[in-house]
Design a protein around this ligand. Structure first.
Ligand SMILES: NC(=O)c1ccc[n+]([C@@H]2O[C@H](COP(=O)([O-])OP(=O)(O)OC[C@H]3O[C@@H](n4cnc5c(N)ncnc54)[C@H](O)[C@@H]3O)[C@@H](O)[C@H]2O)c1
Ligand SMILES: O=C(O)C[C@H](O)C(=O)O
Ligand SMILES: [Mg+2]
Length: 615
């Protein structure tokens, strides 16, 4: 090649390089015109920037509320992705179950993102296998790692930084109709504590069950995270955390955010049902009292759990070969006086009082059947700064003196002295029912003592079924919040492990409230749901120690529970009807017709025929 030619070639390469640099620079600043907004952008891999959308861009593109509130740089995004990728290797060393279950969750989650019908078909067909992945216990692990696992957004985020904006933001959600919202503030996710914005995972998991068990249309469910900050110091320091990095709002400021949220969602969807989930007990009761008479809402941890526990407690009475009406004679020790424990105590006391004649005396006398132990031991009237909600269950000094007990007595002492029929744990403390506590329970005056280790996830269970059967005896009734396998007792007998989880009630409560059209969720409707679950088990099953149904029949249980809720709403004159079935039509239905009405309104995962039509 001549020098001249070489020169020409060099020059043209330089020009091309310059041109390239010139144009890319310009191109980088030139806006890209998009003909989409909202979720359509987030679902488009060409335009999506995920958590890196700036706040102004989020407003411009109607994305506000559709992403976690923390705006990330591109570098942070890549770092977060790499950290997650590496975590897989780390987890491989932590033991096989976590890695496997998380890997299964990821695969299911990807299916959820690309084909909802197929996802729910799989979930419904294999609910026994996959509920432990999309729901407790794996959902707990997912929430703990959510900042790393986050890919495509699902649901809405309302944050403390959105005050004054919620009423308009709520219109960024694309669905015109929403039937069911599950909302959390992430302050007490399962027994894992404050997980901040990462708690959105629990709302998603609960709504998966709403679709799979209750047949709520997946286009009409909405998981919501209210991010008011977090008091989890590790998350506050984590540069890759997706939520607001500030301490939680409290007091009036906190209430103002929740009020604004409630007003916004009920303005856009006046018929929606809002399930409060995993709020720390400090707020769970207050918010329930604040909203339950004016909004269609309930708290799953307080009210759903109470109903499931009542059904199980009545089952335990039947398992002793006694009639349910003997329930008020049961001595019950409860470990844990938080939102779940107090919810169960209040409902159990009311149920006993009703059986005893439903008057003040009955209510008083029912109260003496419970001993409540929290982190500071047995709760008595001597307890300093006693929680208002626990006060009605504080033991009288004189009474427990006679029993050889005192303020702050340990769980082991209480069990040894009281010799209870039932030991129920909602403490979030794994292994709390230690060898010593279980040994003490051997002195129970019951022919079949019952153990409810209800805390979630699995590692927080107060004891395992193996421990219960091997220490207390083969005759014991056992239930746990997260699933455990039945125990081979080695003599040809099987120790049955029941799952005592609010999943047996909340889907049916939600579906029943929806179809009844009731404006509120009354105590009577919740009671009807619990009684329906209690009656679901046959005498034969109960005598074998099977006090809760198998999860494989959850769709049928949910249908029955929903029908019971509707029937009660009609009885209490609260039913206003839903769609073409108005209150008058509803009232005309008999038991079978109500069940059929419920079934006809349950969504099934079948592909519809699609037809294109211009707007
Ligand atoms: N199975 C279910 O359906 C179901 C439903 C709701 C909640 N839960 C589980 O219940 C647990 C508690 O939930 P919560 O909302 O009530 O939580 P919470 O934090 O409000 O209450 C926990 C309670 O346990 C007490 N506690 C702590 N350490 C204790 C100890 N060593 N001995 C006795 N008590 C102790 C605390 O003092 C507190 O009263 C969680 O693990 C949650 O997953 C299970
Ligand atoms: O989520 C569950 O599995 C049950 C319950 O709502 C809980 O908070 O533990
Ligand atoms: Mg919960």
């Amino acid at each position: 090649m001549s020098n001249f030619n070489r020169q020409i070639r060099l020059t043209s390469t330089m020009i091309r390089g310059l041109q390239y640099r010139y144009f890319t620079t310009i191109e980088g600043h030139r806006p890209t015109i998009v003909h989409k907004q909202g979720l359509d952008i987030l679902h488009d891999p060409w335009f999506n920037k995920g958590t890196a959308f700036s706040m102004t861009e989020r407003d411009r593109l109607e994305l506000r509320g559709l992403l976690p509130p923390n705006v990330m740089s591109n570098e942070q995004q890549i770092e977060r992705f790499m950290a997650d990728l590496k975590r897989l290797e780390v987890q491989a060393r932590d033991g096989p179950s976590d890695t496997n279950s998380l890997a299964k969750w990821r695969i299911l989650n990807r299916l959820h993102d690309r084909n909802e019908t197929m996802y729910y078909k799989v979930l419904i067909a294999k609910i026994e296998e996959y509920a432990p992945i999309v729901y407790t216990p794996t959902v707990g692990l997912v929430c703990q790692k959510y900042s790393g696992l986050f890919r495509r957004p699902r649901g809405m985020y309302f944050s403390a930084a959105d005050r004054g904006e919620m009423m308009s933001m709520v219109y960024n959600w694309p669905a015109e109709q929403v039937d069911m919202i599950v909302v959390t503030d992430g302050s007490r996710i399962l027994g894992l504590g404050d997980l901040g914005v990462q708690g959105i995972g629990i709302a998603i998991g609960k709504l998966d069950l709403y679709v799979a068990a209750a047949g709520i249309n997946p286009q009409r469910v909405l998981p919501i995270m209210i991010d008011v900050g977090t008091n989890n110091e590790a998350l506050l320091k984590d540069p890759l955390y997706l939520g607001l990095q500030q301490h939680r709002l409290d007091g009036e400021e906190y209430i103002a955010v929740i009020d604004e949220f409630m007003e916004a969602v009920f303005t856009r969807w006046p018929h929606v049902i809002v399930q409060f989930e995993d709020f720390q007990s400090k707020w769970a009761f207050k918010l329930l009292q604040r909203y339950r008479n004016s909004y269609r809402m309930f708290n799953d941890d307080v009210q759903g759990t109470a109903g499931v526990a009542i059904a199980g407690l009545l089952g335990a009475v039947r398992a002793q070969g006694r009639p349910m009406i003997d329930f008020p004679k049961q001595k019950i020790v409860v470990a844990g006086a938080g939102s779940a424990g107090i919810g169960v105590l209040n409902a159990a006391r009311k149920t006993m009082a009703r059986m005893l004649g439903n008057n003040e005396l009955a209510f008083e006398s029912a109260g003496s059947q419970f001993w409540v132990v929290d982190a500071k031991g047995l709760i008595t009237e001597e307890r300093e700064n006693i929680d208002e909600d626990a006060k009605p269950f504080a033991k009288k000094t004189k009474e427990i003196g006679r029993q050889g007990l005192r303020e702050g007595a340990s769980l082991e002492e209480v069990v040894r002295e009281v010799k209870p029929d039932v030991l129920l744990g909602l403490s979030a403390v794994g292994g709390l029912f230690s060898k010593e506590v279980l040994e003490a329970l051997k002195g129970s005056t019951s022919t079949r003592p019952a153990i409810f280790a209800m805390s979630n996830p699995t590692t927080n269970a107060e004891c395992t079924p193996e421990e219960a059967f091997s220490i207390v005896g083969e005759n014991v009734i056992f239930a746990s919040g997260s699933p455990f396998a039945d125990v081979d007792l080695g003599n040809g007998h099987i120790g049955h492990c029941n799952q005592g989880n609010n999943m047996y009630l909340f889907p049916g409560i939600g579906l029943g409230v929806l179809l009844s059209g009731s404006r509120i969720v009354s105590d009577g409707m919740l009671q009807a749901a619990a009684e329906c679950l209690a009656a679901y088990m046959t005498e034969e099953e109960v005598l074998k120690g099977v006090i809760y149904p198998s999860i494989s029949s959850i769709r049928d249980i949910t249908k029955q529970v929903a029908a019971a809720v509707i029937t009660e709403a009609i009885e209490e004159d609260l039913a206003e009807g839903y769609r073409e079935m108005d209150a008058r039509e509803l009232r005309k239905l008999n038991k079978e017709e109500i069940l059929k009405h419920v079934e006809d309104n349950m969504w099934n995962p079948e592909y519809p025929t699609l037809i294109y039509k211009k707007d």
